[in-house]
Design a protein around this ligand. Structure first.
Ligand code: AGP
Length: 607
């Protein structure tokens, strides 16, 4: 899950454009970076380990000649983040340079074969087989495009590739299988990239490249061919309604904090989604034999919360499943009566797409909820809903989570209406509450931010944290835990509160921070008991409570209040916000970068 970018300019040097674009892709991987340009039939390469700004300081990434070039920002899968493993990788003759996002599963076998043919490898990566394979094919007298086709036909796994060569110095050659690839069409330039945000400030005219396609970029634009039969494909650019400003920090110190503050407007946008897709999706859910809610990470937490919404409002039992376990857990049971609702903000998460592909092959109905138009999930879903949260740059998902929950709640309410399982009055009241959620979220962010910053300061040295919730708040607790874990590297455990006494409570000692998510719902009485159990063993209780909940406030060492009257099924949308802020400020307190947590990347495109 790296970021690749390439450009061909009519005028000027490509290097500064590549550098700036890689910065916009940095959330996809940031352990090493590299660029290559072509000038006077020579390749000019700069690459090193480290974040882009550090490598730029050491090597000046703007200072390579030539109007054609490609670049790469890396998230290591094969070969440690050393300079030698950074992209681009070149062939033996130093004529062909390649940047790659994805995993070549049969690289070891290909490498052995190429080494037997005399090729010398410089890195430990899987990607380096690509330039050597192309070099081998060129020896047979093929054109570069033909050689590339032959080469990619030998690759097993996933790839988005961009290739430059001194033999065709004014072109870039790309190929895609599973890993995302888009082309940007500008006035005086053409671009290729792992995602749209890379060239958004330069053009909003994008061409989505499909699996199994080759693309040639040149001064006259772009040409697409199918890898399978080399046939030409014509596809017009589509206009992307994201503005470059949407992908910038807008004065906030970090994208994560900006995106937490964007939640009210994103939630408003989720209430204006296209009626017919929501209705169509509701119809499919209503007819479904069994429903699997499939996703990873934060999106899985949205699925878990949705399973409570569908059950409580529409009496529909659904199975929330972590995507990487779907095939093992339910692979054999999935059939034509099964419906998969796959949730993925990026729409490119390999584990989720893999689960969907498995289900599709067994004739199941696939529905998708995503934030990225043109993503793979949108193209393999029977019906999809685009949640319209705008680009999310911070690796930690925040605004996309609350927007997912809002869309899923709307689906559950529509299903409740269709099935008439709860009264019209109750449905109307819930719809009205949903309408007000954006302004309540606004209030929480504005009124509680400083208090939560102080809480993070108070608990900054804690060695471990517990997150507990009952019912739908278990999903909120899981999400709070994931945020703290992934950006502040704070060891954290989340459990359904009822389960905590079946083992985890053994961890509790004096001052151990336990964060309770406890809206005033049907679980309130029992969760008070759980708080008492923890308190009796010396835990420090931090409670996210309903305003005026004196019972829990009197038990808690610290608390954050959420306005009165938030319905249980909507509570995760609001009760998660203080936990997002707590994680953000804890990361700041601990000197971590909230936007680019170590070892992570925004879109996990490898299995
Ligand atoms: C969440 O903060 C993480 N970035 C990660 O767990 C993420 O939710 C997961 O990788 C799923 O991503 P998706 O929604 O794009 O499929």
């Amino acid at each position: 899950m790296c970021g690749i970018f390439g450009c061909i300019l009519k005028n000027g040097d490509a290097a500064p454009i590549i550098h700036a674009a890689l910065k916009r892709l940095e959330y996809r991987g940031y352990d090493s970076v590299g660029e290559v340009t072509i000038h006077k039939d020579k390749l000019f390469i700069k690459k090193d380990q480290g974040k882009i700004d550090d490598v730029h300081t050491r090597h000046n990434l703007d200072d390579l000649p030539g109007r054609v070039g490609v670049g790469h920002t890396r998230w290591a899968t094969h070969g440690a983040p050393y300079q030698t493993n950074a992209h681009p990788h070149i062939d033996c003759a130093g004529q062909v340079a390649v940047v790659h996002n994805g995993v070549i599963e049969n690289f070891a076998e290909l490498r052995r074969e190429l080494e037997e043919l005399g090729h010398v490898f410089k890195s430990k990566t899987d990607s380096e087989v690509i330039p050597h394979l192309i070099e081998e094919k060129l020896k047979g007298g093929l054109t570069l495009l033909e050689a590339m086709r032959e080469a990619v036909n030998r690759l097993e796994g996933s790839y988005a590739i961009a290739v430059v060569s001194v033999d065709e110095p004014d072109k870039i050659f790309c190929a895609r299988k599973e890993s995302p690839l888009v082309v940007g069409v500008g006035e005086d330039a053409v671009y290729c990239a792992s995602d749209i945000t890379a060239f958004l400030p330069l053009t909003n005219r994008a061409v989505i490249i499909e699996n199994g396609e080759l693309v040639v970029l040149g001064d006259d634009g772009y040409g697409i061919r199918k890898i399978a039969d080399f046939s030409s494909v014509s596809r017009e650019p589509q206009i992307i309604d994201w503005t470059p400003k949407m992908a910038e920090k807008q004065g906030y110190p970090h994208f994560m904090l900006k995106e937490i503050h964007e939640q009210p407007s994103c939630l408003r946008d989720t209430l204006k989604l296209q009626e017919r897709y929501l209705e169509l999706m509701t119809t499919f859910l209503d007819r479904a034999g069994e429903v699997f809610l499939v996703a990873c990470g934060t999106s899985y937490h949205a699925c878990l919360a949705a399973s409570y919404m569908f059950s409580k409002l529409a009496f529909l039992a659904t199975h929330p499943i972590i995507a990487s376990e779907f095939v093992e857990q339910h692979g054999r049971a999935v059939n034509i009566d099964s419906t998969i609702l796959a949730v993925s903000q990026s729409g490119e998460t390999a584990d989720t797409l893999d689960a969907v592909e498995h289900a599709r092959l067994r004739a199941a109905t696939v529905l998708g909820l995503t934030n990225v138009i043109g993503s793979t999930l949108t193209r393999i879903s029977r019906v999809y809903v685009s949640q319209q949260s705008g680009p999310e740059v911070g690796v930690a998902a925040t605004k996309t989570f609350t927007s997912q929950l809002s869309v899923l709640a709307q689906l559950a309410l529509r299903l409740a209406k269709k099935r008439g399982k709860i009264s019209h009055l109750e449905i109307e009241q819930l719809e009205e509450k949903l309408e007000h959620i954006p302004e309540v979220a606004e209030m929480i962010v504005q009124s509680q931010r400083e208090k939560i910053r102080q809480l993070a300061k108070k608990y900054r040295d804690a060695r471990c944290f517990f997150f507990l919730g009952r019912g739908i708040s278990w999903a909120t607790a899981l999400e709070g835990r994931l945020k703290l874990l992934e950006i502040a590297y704070a060891p954290s455990i989340a459990y359904p509160a009822g389960e905590s006494k079946h083992g985890p409570i053994s961890l509790i000692e004096e001052g151990f921070p336990v964060i309770f998510v406890c809206p005033r719902d049907e679980t309130h009485k029992t969760i008070v008991g759980n708080i008492m159990e923890m308190k009796a063993r010396g835990a420090s209780i931090i409670a996210i409570v309903e305003e005026g909940d004196e019972e829990i406030k009197s038990l808690a060492d610290d608390y954050v209040e959420i306005v009165k009257g938030v319905p249980e099924v909507l509570s995760p949308i609001l009760y998660v916000v203080p936990l997002q802020l707590f994680a953000y400020y804890m990361a700041i307190e601990r000197g971590c970068d909230p936007d680019m947590p170590r070892n992570l990347a925004k879109s996990v495109t490898v299995k």
